[in-house]
Design a binder for this molecule. Structure first.
Ligand code: ADP
Length: 594
């Protein structure tokens, strides 16, 4: 009678009705499946690796009905590299200390790669025991997390809630969950690698574009070692270039290494990793330098010998190696394929920059040599034409007088250009000495303006001074300061149309002063405001400018002079509305700086 339902069916014997127990099991399975699906969706919602791992541990605890859970990630050697827990508070976690080393029951799980179910961990003979402060735990269910047959970690559930131990059913469900967890870990790993690769490519692009701006070899060498450190997040790097006869490597720059006494250091081809790179024509890494006791390395800034290094060749083409970049680590370590490829890509870019700078230097050397050679004959022409001009009788035909005046004026201009060229070379080679003296700023500016006034008046321009501050005593090299001033004022005069206005003003700041030269000339478009400080850069002549001659050296010289005095020079301008050249110099130039 019990089995007869209200509507008169005999449920037990009917083919349409399942026994109660089966219905319950089916229902439970449906619930579990639903819970598994929710759990799977939950763990694939994140992409950040750390968050995915934490979510797996949390979800496993809920899904598996345990008080605690943990996810241990293992490397190919079976060593636990990260251990994420759930159910234990942060303070408890800190009290427990270091993650488990993978002995005892965890070790068995890692080693065998099979699920493990234990009713009471604290009594199991295979246990290695809990560390102090570990909360007491009894039942354990552990399953491997594997991907394509490779165990990447283990999932542990402990203290089954509401029951003494985990069942075979729990085990089956957790195995299913672990499969999804492995995919989530792999996805997050791939995402991490992809983001890192993207990040590195971006850093590489930024660093190489910085290399492209260097024009001075020493500056470029230094940039290369600094960038190499930055790229691989390592504390030290060195740049070695082969000498001309290719008989040894010379240290050109270093970062994070102790400077040797001489400042220059060489590596022999026989006893160095760089030498081996040259022979093998490929990058070499040394994960542990303690095995290379015969090879000498420059000590790192902490005084210690580098423990690992990676050396990549700098090649101008497939066969032609010109040097190496070495990066060092304080700890022994392996270098991944990606790291090697990254440094190699950087070395290729460095090679291009080194070649560019070498050619640039050759050109500069050639120019300064030519300028030197031209100087003597030009001085002779200048002097002779000057003499000729002053000794010619006034009654000569006008065209003849004009010709001599032309020779004289143009030889003066040529001479000024040569002087600029030589000056810039001297500045760049650091062959200029500053002679400091105490002067009053306003009086030198006034005196310089006074000498240039006829030039402005000749073009119907006004030159005014606006000194709001009282006297400003400064210590600087008067001659070099005037040189900057004359350069800027001559430009203002040259590029401002006839009848224009030029204003000199200055302000005093706490440690420095600023001098502004403002004109109402054609102005300089924003994209050219930095370029005009490059050598030989000249803007296309403005239609209103009467003067179109020049060498494109005035501004680079002025900026270099300012920088050598620990100052700055820049321009603020709106095209069509005039320009303001701003010069900032310290009130007290420090003589040691020179
Ligand atoms: P140069 O005057 O010999 O060409 P500079 O290095 O002094 O060389 O100047 C570089 C370029 O900057 C000039 O060719 C000119 O186009 C621009 N320039 C410099 N000063 C001014 C200014 N006051 N107004 C407008 N353009 C200027």
């Amino acid at each position: 009678m019990d089995n007869i339902s209200k509507n008169g069916f005999d449920e037990a014997n009917s083919p349409f009705f399942l026994p109660n127990a089966q219905v319950k099991a089916g229902l439970r399975m449906m619930q579990q499946l639903e819970a598994l699906t929710t759990a799977n969706v939950d763990i694939t919602r994140e992409l950040n690796l750390e968050m995915v791992l934490q979510r797996i541990a949390d979800t496993a605890r809920d899904f598996g009905g345990a008080n605690y859970s943990a996810l241990g990630i293992v490397n190919s050697a079976g060593v636990i590299t990260s251990f994420i827990t759930s159910g234990i508070s942060q303070t408890e976690r800190e009290q427990i200390g270091a993650p488990p080393r993978g002995h005892g029951l965890l070790g068995i799980l890692i080693e065998q790669g099979q699920p493990l179910r234990v009713p009471d961990m604290s009594r199991d003979p295979r246990r290695s025991g809990f560390p102090p402060h570990h909360p007491p735990m009894t039942s354990l269910l552990g399953v491997p997390v594997s991907l394509e047959g490779r165990v990447v970690g283990n999932l542990y559930l402990t203290d089954k809630t509401g029951s003494v131990e985990f069942t075979a059913d729990d085990e089956r469900w957790i195995i299913l969950f672990a499969q999804q967890a492995a995919i989530a870990v792999e996805n997050a790993n791939l995402y991490k690698k992809m983001s890192e690769a993207h990040q590195r490519a971006q850093t590489l692009a930024e660093l190489t574009s910085a290399l492209n701006r260097a024009i001075e070899p020493g500056e470029l060498f230094q940039q290369i070692t600094r960038a190499a450190c930055h790229l691989l997040e390592l504390p030290a790097a060195a740049l070695y270039l082969l000498n001309n006869r290719r008989t040894f490597f010379e240290l050109e720059a270093q970062t994070g290494l102790r400077q040797s006494e001489t400042g220059k250091d060489a590596l022999s081809l026989e006893d160095s990793i760089a030498g081996q790179v040259l022979v093998s024509q490929r990058s070499l890494s040394v994960p542990d330098t303690s095995r290379l006791s015969k090879i000498l390395f420059l000590p790192m800034t902490n005084g210690k010998r580098p423990q690992a290094l990676l050396v990549v060749p700098i090649r101008l083409n497939a066969q032609h190696i010109v040097g190496v970049i070495e990066v060092y680590s304080v700890e022994p370590r392996e270098f991944s394929q990606e790291e090697i490829a990254l440094l190699e890509a950087f070395a290729d870019q460095a090679a291009l920059s080194l070649e560019r700078v070498r050619i640039y230097q050759q050109k500069e050397d050639f120019l300064s040599m030519t300028a030197h050679d031209l100087r003597a004959p030009l001085t002779a022409i200048k002097m002779s034409s000057g003499l000729l001009q002053s000794s010619l009788p006034d009654n000569l035909p006008q065209p003849l007088l004009q010709l001599v005046a032309n020779i004289s004026r143009n030889s003066e201009r040529l001479n000024a250009m040569l002087e600029d060229l030589l000056d810039l070379t001297r500045l760049e080679q650091g062959r200029i000495h500053f002679k400091l003296s105490k002067v009053e700023l306003g009086s030198i500016v006034r005196a310089t303006a006074q000498t240039l006034l006829p030039m402005f008046e000749g073009k119907g321009q006004t030159l005014s001074l606006e000194f709001t501050a009282p006297t400003i005593p400064v210590t600087l090299d008067r001659h070099r300061f005037e040189q900057i001033l004359v350069n800027l004022l001559t430009n203002a005069h040259k590029y401002t149309p006839a009848g224009g206005q030029v204003l000199i003003s200055f302000t005093r700041l706490s440690e420095c002063f600023r001098l502004y030269i403002t004109d109402n000339g054609p102005g300089i478009p924003e994209n050219e405001q930095e370029l005009i400080f490059n050598r030989y850069y000249r803007r296309a002549p403005h239609e209103q400018s009467t003067e179109t001659t020049g060498s494109g050296l005035g501004l680079p010289i002025a900026r270099r002079l300012a920088e050598l005095q620990n100052g700055k020079l820049w321009v603020e301008s709106t095209a069509g509305r005039g320009s303001t050249f701003c010069l900032e110099l310290p009130l007290e130039a420090i003589s040691e700086a020179f």
